[in-house]
Write a protein that binds this ligand. Structure first.
Ligand code: AHR
Length: 524
C-alpha cells in the first residue's frame, strides 16, 4: 500500500511539475545611474597549443580538403567573426612558458614535444605569422603571452621587435622576408603564465624581480601603438582565494604602487576554473540536477574571489589603473571517455551556457576593475565555443551565449534591482534568477536575464522608472535537459530562439523558461 501511495504521489508530482506557476519577479532598471564601461575585452578567448585547440581547430594547412584561407579553417573564421572576439590569448597557458618563437617562423619549423599536453609532437606550423593572420581574419586583436618561465628577456624582447618594429632592423627585415612588411599590432602582452605553478614554481618575490626585467625590456615598437592604443602589460596574478594567492596579489600590487618610470603593468591576471574537485571528475554530459546545482553554486564563488583580490588592489591602486584580467576561467570537467586525457576534451551543455552568463554578469558588476576575461578555451578544449571533427564543426551552447551578449561589448553598465528568490536543490541554495543591464554603444537598453531554476519558469516584470517601456525583443536559450548538448549528429539541439513581449496595461512581462539565458533590447 505504501509503495502504491509513493508511486501515485510521484505520478501526481510529475504531471503537476510542468504546470508549476511561474515565479513572479519585479525588476527595476535605473538608467539615471550609469556605471562603468563593460570592456569588450571581457569577451576574450584563449587558444593554447593543447590537444586540437590549434591543429584541426584553427589550422588545417593550405593543402587540406577542408575549406581554408592560407591554412586557416573558413567555417571557424565565419563563426568567430559573428561573436566579435575582442582578443585571443596565445600561445598558452603552460605552453607559453616553454614556447620559443623562432621555432614558429620561416620555412623550416622547429619540431618539438609538447610535454604539458599529452607529450605529442608540436610541429610549430602554426606560429607568429599564422596566428596574426588568424587574428586578422576574425577581426580580433592579439594577446601574446611571452615565455618568462624557461625563456629570457632577450628572447622575448627580440620577439616583440620582430613583430612590431617599423624601422629597417635585422628583425624587421626578417619579418618582411617571411611575408609581412607592416608591423603587427600586439594589443596585450602576458608576462608569464601561472608562474606560481607550471610557469616555474616561483615565489611572489622571485616572480616580481623577473617580471620587472621583462616589463622593462620587452618593448612594442609599432608606431601606431606608441601614443594611443598602447600595448597593455598583464602580470601574473592569483589562482585562488587562499593566503598564498592573496600574498601574491599583495606583493605585485605593493611593488606597483612604488614603481618607477622604468617598469609598469596595466593588468593583473587571475585564473579561476569551476572544477569543484581535483583532478576534474564531474561529467560534462550525462549528469542530472545534483551536478547541475553543485557546479552552478560553485561557479558563483567567482564573485567573492574578485572582491577579495579587488580589495587588495584597491589598497595599492585606488584609482583602478591596473585591471584585473580573468584570463583563464570556465568549467573544467573529466575528459570525455576515449579521448587523450592530455587534450582536455569535454562536452559543452546548457549548464555551461548558464555558467557563462552567470560569470559574465559577475564580471560586468565589477567592470570598474575587471576589464578583461578569457574563457578557456576557444576550440575543442575545456569550455569551448566551437568543436571540430575533421570537416565537421559545431557551435556549443556557450558560443550562443557569447553571440547573444555581443551588444554588451563596450556598453555602459546600468544598475538593476530585483528579488532573485532562491532555487534549492538538496544542500545547494542558489539565487533563482540573475539579471544584468547596460546601455549599448548605439544607445539601446539591453537586459540579460538568467533563470537558473531547471523546473520553474519566471515571469519578469521590467520597470524602468521615468520611462514608458513599450516592448522588448531578443533571444532566449534553453533546451530539454540541463545536460543537453550539440553533437555532430544533432548540432542544433541547443540554439537560441526569438523572444519578445509588448507592454500591456503599462506593464512589460517577459516569460523566462526554466534553465534559460535571455538577452533582450528594450524599446522605449
Ligand atoms: O587551460 C589549461 C591550463 O590551465 C593552462 O595551460 C594553464 O594556464 C592552466 O592551469
Amino acid at each position: 500500500m505504501r509503495a502504491f501511495l509513493v508511486v501515485v504521489t510521484l505520478i501526481v508530482l510529475a504531471i503537476a511539475a510542468p504546470r508549476m506557476a511561474a515565479q513572479k519577479v519585479e525588476l527595476s532598471i535605473d538608467e539615471s545611474k550609469p556605471g562603468a564601461k563593460i570592456d569588450r575585452n571581457l569577451f576574450g578567448q584563449f587558444a593554447e597549443h593543447l590537444g586540437h585547440g590549434i591543429y584541426d581547430g584553427i589550422w588545417v594547412g593550405s593543402d587540406s580538403t577542408i575549406p581554408n584561407t592560407r591554412g586557416i579553417r573558413n567555417d571557424v573564421v565565419v563563426a568567430l567573426k559573428a561573436i566579435h572576439v575582442p582578443n585571443v590569448r596565445w600561445p598558452g597557458g603552460c605552453f607559453a612558458d616553454e614556447y620559443h618563437w623562432r621555432d614558429g617562423i620561416g620555412p623550416e619549423r622547429g619540431v618539438r614535444l609538447n610535454p604539458n599536453w599529452g607529450g605529442v609532437i608540436e610541429p610549430n606550423t602554426f606560429g607568429t605569422h599564422e596566428f596574426m593572420d588568424f587574428i586578422d581574419q576574425i577581426g580580433s586583436e592579439a594577446y601574446v603571452s611571452v615565455n618568462l618561465g624557461s625563456g629570457s628577456p632577450h628572447e622575448a624582447s627580440d620577439w616583440l621587435e620582430y613583430m612590431t618594429a617599423a624601422q629597417a632592423t635585422t628583425l624587421e627585415k626578417e619579418r618582411a622576408a617571411n611575408g609581412h612588411a607592416a608591423p603587427y599590432k600586439v594589443a596585450l602582452l602576458g608576462l608569464g603564465n601561472e608562474s606560481w605553478d607550471c610557469g616555474g614554481n616561483m615565489t611572489p618575490d622571485y616572480y616580481l624581480d623577473r617580471m620587472k626585467v621583462f616589463s622593462r625590456f620587452v618593448r612594442n615598437y609599432n608606431p601606431a601603438q606608441i601614443e594611443k592604443d598602447q600595448m597593455l602589460k598583464i602580470a601574473v596574478g592569483p589562482g585562488g582565494s587562499e593566503q598564498r594567492w592573496t600574498d601574491w596579489t599583495e606583493t605585485v600590487m605593493k611593488a606597483y604602487q612604488q614603481h618607477t618610470w622604468s617598469w609598469d603593468i596595466n593588468g593583473l591576471s587571475m585564473h579561476s576554473y569551476t572544477v569543484v574537485k581535483w583532478p576534474p571528475a564531474f561529467k560534462s554530459v550525462g549528469f542530472g540536477e545534483d551536478e547541475y546545482a553543485q557546479i552552478l553554486k560553485s561557479t558563483l564563488d567567482m564573485d567573492e574571489l574578485i572582491k577579495k583580490h579587488s580589495a587588495i588592489m584597491d589598497k595599492y591602486d585606488p584609482q583602478k589603473k591596473v585591471a584585473l584580467v580573468v584570463d583563464e576561467w570556465g568549467g573544467w570537467y573529466a575528459p570525455l571517455p576515449g579521448s587523450n586525457p592530455g587534450f582536455l576534451v569535454q562536452q559543452n551543455s546548457l549548464r555551461d551556457a548558464i555558467m557563462a552568463a552567470l560569470n559574465i554578469n559577475i564580471f560586468a558588476r565589477h567592470a570598474d576593475r575587471v576589464r578583461g576575461a578569457n574563457l578557456a578555451q576557444m576550440i575543442n578544449v575545456l569550455q569551448a565555443m566551437i568543436m571540430t571533427d575533421h570537416e565537421k564543426m559545431l557551435l556549443t551552447p556557450t558560443y550562443y551565449v557569447y553571440k547573444m551578449y555581443v551588444p554588451f561589448q563596450d556598453s555602459t553598465f546600468v544598475p538593476v534591482t530585483f528579488d532573485a528568490g532562491s532555487y534549492k536543490h538538496g544542500e545547494f541554495n542558489l539565487p533563482r534568477v540573475d539579471a544584468m543591464a547596460a546601455k549599448s554603444k548605439d544607445g539601446k537598453l539591453c537586459v540579460e536575464l538568467t533563470n537558473v531554476d531547471p523546473r520553474q519558469a519566471a515571469d519578469v516584470q521590467l520597470n524602468v522608472p521615468g520611462i514608458n517601456v513599450k516592448s522588448a525583443s531578443g533571444e532566449t536559450l534553453t533546451a530539454a535537459q540541463v545536460d543537453s548538448v550539440n553533437t555532430f549528429e544533432a548540432p542544433n539541439a541547443v540554439v537560441p530562439k526569438p523572444i519578445s513581449a509588448k507592454a500591456q496595461g503599462g506593464k512589460l512581462i517577459l516569460h523566462l523558461e526554466p534553465k534559460s539565458v535571455t538577452v533582450v533590447s528594450v524599446e522605449q
